[in-house]
Structure formats: C-alpha cells, structure tokens
Design a protein around this ligand. Structure first.
Ligand code: NAD
Length: 358
C-alpha cells in the first residue's frame, strides 16, 4: 500500500536540505520501486508568517494522517521576540506531543572518512556507531507537581518531579531491545539507581523485560559513569537506553563525539512505528539560502525513515552506502571540508548521493 509522507521543511536551511531529501525520495520511487506519496506543509516560523501559528491545523492533520513525517528545522532570529508559547519551536513540540512520539532514536556514527573532525583522538572514535534511545514524553520534564513556591520563611524554592510508570519504562525498553536485536545485541541501560527510587524501578523493569530478549546482553550503568565512558571509550557501546533528562544530555554528548552536526539524523517514534524524522541540527540562519548547508543529516534521516517506518531495510542500507561512497569520492560541504577535498554545496552533495545510489 502507498505510504504517505508529510514533508515539513520549516525555516532557514530546512528548506534547502529537505529539497535534497525530496529529490532522494523521488529517485527511490522512480528507480527503486518505493511506493510513497509526499505532501508538503508549513511549520515553525514560515507557518507563523503565513497563518499566525507555528503549527496550523492543516499541518497537524496532515502529520496525523501520514505514515511518516520528514522535518527540516524551525526557528530564526526574526521570531525570537515572540512569546515562548508563540515561537516556531512550539510547532515542533506540538507535533511530538500530538503524535505521541515517545521514543527518540539518535545514532552517533563517525564515518571513518571524517575521523579527524572529532575533538577526540581518531583511534578513540574512528568507526564509532552508537544508537541512543531516549524516552521523550515522560520524566522530570513533564512530572507533576512542579513550580516555584514561597516557603514560610519567605525564601523561594523550585521543584520538579521525576516520575516514570512501569508501563512507560517497559514501552521504551522494548523499543531499545528490538533495536539492539537488529544490531550487535548489546544494550546498556543508564540510570541513577543508587540515588533515585524512580530509576531504581527503571532498572528493575529493564531487567524484567530483558527476560524476553535472551539473545541481547543487558548491562546497567550509572549516568555519571556513562557520561565519562562516552568520552573515555565510546566504542564499548552499541545501544544505550535512558530516560528523558539523562538522554537529553548524553545524546548531545555522543553526537559531538563525531564532531559534525551536519551529519547526524534522528527519529522519534510512536507505539506503532510511525515516526518523525529530522536532522539533529537547527535552522542555521547564519548560512541559510546560500546553498552551503550539509544535507547529509537529512538524507540519513530518510534512511532511518526507510528502516523504522517504511520497513525497507535494504533501501536504508543503500542510502547509507551512497553517503559513505560520496565521502570516499571526496565530496565535502563547508562544515566538514578539509584540504584537498572537493567542495560541494547542498545541491551538489544531494546530486552526488543520488548518483551513488545506482
Ligand atoms: P544550529 O544547529 O542551527 O546551528 C549551529 C551551528 O551549526 C551554526 O554555525 C550553523 O551554521 C551550523 N550548522 C547547523 N546545521 C548545519 C548544516 N546542516 N550544515 C552546515 N552547518 C550547519 O543551532 P543554533 O544556531 O543554536 O540555532 C539556530 C535556530 O535553530 C534557532 O532559532 C534555534 O531555536 C533553532 N533550532 C531548531 C532545532 C530544530 O528545529 N530541531 C534544533 C536546534 C535549534
């Protein structure tokens, strides 16, 4: 059956990089039999300018109807003076919430061709391939009660609540075990079970779920140690699973091991495998409209869409191989360019990946 993809370019370089992703999807449809249809809609600042709101009803309806959402990026200085509730980023948060996207998948992959882009020694990071699975709709970011209150002695006190139910832990655990099963069958669950009861329960539930996955080796690690191990010996990890707050911090740390923000895709999935796919970077207003943005994070987000929603693992691998091949051929956008390499703009990079597919 034809799968529907909602295409939301957003703002800044979002427009340029999503255009390359659309070219790629069109090629997959034309030459490789991918049965899809695409429809575009506005989100973020572009939607504010056209309709007064960052997530118009029409966009939300399209995203709900679609099997997958491809998003560029939102935001820019021209909307920064708006109230927080009216800013472009609200469009993104609204989509995550309305679509119940509870599982955030962030791979940190370092292509050997780019090993010198990392701030870590090449031998520590070359060949790095970690998948971080972060719970996205629970934890201290959403827990009640929360707020700032005034104590009897007139001093103010801020408070938030870390909370996870067993079913929430089990749900994200199963996503992570399923992914580990398709990779190197090693899952590290990250918690702070020595101090926080909430994550003591997390550890207990992960251990229970592991009984259904005897082929996957589960280990546990405290979050402070995990932060240290990620910079000391990151290649020990295959898949990591953790809560919303720890995952927020660790996934940023892991992505920076690769040194190239323009290379990293992400997926956010619901319970039925529907997903929103986007590069981890923002709208980069400083380089927007100049055809210099790196489109590879967005093209690799398409690969994740093929793997996790469209169930086209072969095509996903084909896209990933094509990216690796253009790096071998020496194509580099400005953000990853080093001496002696072929300088490419967003369009040239997109064309090169499409040519390398065949
Ligand atoms: P950013 O990720 O947009 O840019 C950070 C730096 O990385 C910039 O120098 C930029 O030029 C560079 N960069 C980013 N992506 C690149 C690419 N594909 N190719 C080459 N260089 C790239 O972060 P920022 O500057 O902090 O934020 C800019 C705007 O984006 C803000 O409005 C912010 O709120 C928004 N933002 C949106 C998202 C999202 O839509 N998911 C995420 C982060 C930031």
């Amino acid at each position: 059956m034809t799968k529907k993809i909602a295409v939301l370019p957003g703002d800044g370089i979002g427009v340029e990089i999503v255009a390359e992703a659309v070219k790629l999807l069109e090629c997959l449809r034309r030459d490789f039999g991918l049965d899809i249809e695409m429809e575009q809609a506005l989100v973020g600042g572009a939607a504010i300018d056209a309709t007064g709101t960052p997530l118009p009803d029409k966009t939300l309806a399209l995203a709900k109807q679609a099997d997958a959402v491809l998003l560029g990026a939102v935001g820019g200085p021209q909307w920064e003076a708006l109230d927080i509730a009216a800013r472009p980023e609200k469009g993104l948060l609204g989509l995550r919430k309305e679509l119940n996207l509870f599982a955030n998948l962030r791979p940190a992959v370092l292509y050997p061709q780019l090993a010198s882009a990392s701030t870590l020694k090449p031998e520590v990071v070359a060949g790095l391939d970690i998948m971080i699975v972060r719970e996205l709709t629970g934890d201290i970011y959403f827990g009640q009660p929360r707020g700032v209150r005034t104590l009897p002695n007139s001093e103010r006190e801020g408070f938030n609540t870390m909370v996870y139910s067993e079913s929430e832990i089990e749900r994200i655990g199963r996503v992570a075990f399923d992914i580990a099963r398709k990779r190197n069958k090693k899952l590290c669950s990250v918690d702070k079970a020595n101090v926080l009861e909430c994550t003591e329960l997390w550890r207990e539930v992960m251990t229970r779920v592991s009984k259904d996955y005897p082929d996957v080796t589960l280990t546990h690690m405290y979050v402070d140690n995990a932060a240290m191990q990620l910079v000391r010996a990151p290649k020990q990890f295959d898949v990591m699973v953790t809560g919303n707050m720890f995952g927020d911090i660790l996934s940023d740390e892991a992505s920076m091991l690769t040194g190239s923000i323009g290379m990293l895709p992400s997926a956010s999935l619901d319970a039925n495998g529907k997903g929103m796919y986007e590069p981890i970077h923002g709208s980069a207003p400083d380089i927007a409209g100049k055809n210099v943005a790196n489109p590879l994070a967005t093209l690799l987000s398409v690969a994740m869409m093929l793997r996790y929603t469209l169930q086209q693992a072969e095509l996903a691998a084909r896209v990933e191989r094509a990216v690796s091949r253009v790096l071998d051929q020496g194509y580099r956008t400005a953000d990853i360019h080093t001496e002696g390499m072929r300088k490419a703009g967003a369009k040239e990079m997109g064309d090169a990946v499409i040519a390398a597919l065949h």
